[in-house]
Ligand binder design. Structure first.
Ligand SMILES: C[C@@H](N)C(=O)N[C@H](C)C(=O)O
Ligand code: ZN
Length: 217
């Protein structure tokens, strides 16, 4: 059940490219490589804060970023390819009912044990197939150096109905910002996941039947 895990041992063998090879100054804040995430600790498989995607997906993202720069915006990436061992770490965390350290910040109104069934964390994630990423939008000055994140109504990985992209509880300005990100991504083949305004998958997936477990380094 679910895609087979590829035996490949390096990103190169897997066809994964680091996005900063294509866009050297793209903004990244890869949360699972550090402790500022819903697990509250560095996640297995993230040995460096880097974003890898399958080449056609990385090239599509490069086109999104080029369009946005012309309009005074940039992307800020939170997560890209996610090793299978990282997803296993998430599942161990979900099952550890006693660890509620990040509840107030990440899932204040939901039971931790329901986060998988409610669709906020996947047991078999598109991220592990190298075609999915989590990101937001920054508004930048003319130099592109001074940038501010747009108000999306919730932080990244805030597991709650308020994070649903079309949530009626978000303000009109927040919904407009979410739509701005969605249109920029859709123009180049990405589709939003309706429960998380930050989560996008590239369609058609280049390798829908293969998950990877190569460490991020
Ligand atoms: C955990 C969150 N950032 C995410 O990516 N959720 C989706 C459902 C996934 O795990 O694939
Ligand atoms: Zn995601």
């Amino acid at each position: 059940d679910g895609p087979a895990v590829s035996p490949t041992r390096t990103a190169e063998e897997a066809g994964l490219v680091a996005i900063d090879r294509l866009v050297p100054d793209i903004r990244q804040d890869i949360r699972y490589a550090g402790s500022d995430n819903f697990v509250g600790a560095p996640v297995d498989g993230y040995e460096a804060p880097r974003c890898y995607l399958l080449r056609p997906v990385a090239e599509a993202l490069q086109r999104v970023e080029a369009d946005l720069r012309q309009q005074g915006f940039r992307l800020l990436i939170y997560d890209c390819y996610r090793p299978v061992r990282a997803v296993r770490h998430f599942m161990r965390w979900v099952q550890d009912a006693g660890d509620l350290r990040t509840k107030a910040e990440h899932y204040p109104s939901l039971d931790k044990g329901k986060l998988v069934n409610d669709g906020y964390i996947a047991e078999r994630s598109g991220h592990s197939r190298g075609a999915t990423l989590d990101l937001t939008l920054l508004r930048c000055d003319a130099s592109g150096q001074d940038c501010t994140p747009l108000d999306m109504g919730t932080a990244f990985d805030f597991f709650d109905p308020l994070a649903h992209t079309d949530s009626p509880e978000a303000s009109e300005a927040q919904r407009r910002n979410r739509r701005r990100l969605r249109s920029a991504m859709e123009r180049h083949g990405f589709r939003n996941y309706e429960r998380e305004w930050w989560h996008y998958g590239f369609q058609p997936e280049p390798s829908p039947d293969v998950a990877f477990d190569v460490p991020v380094r």
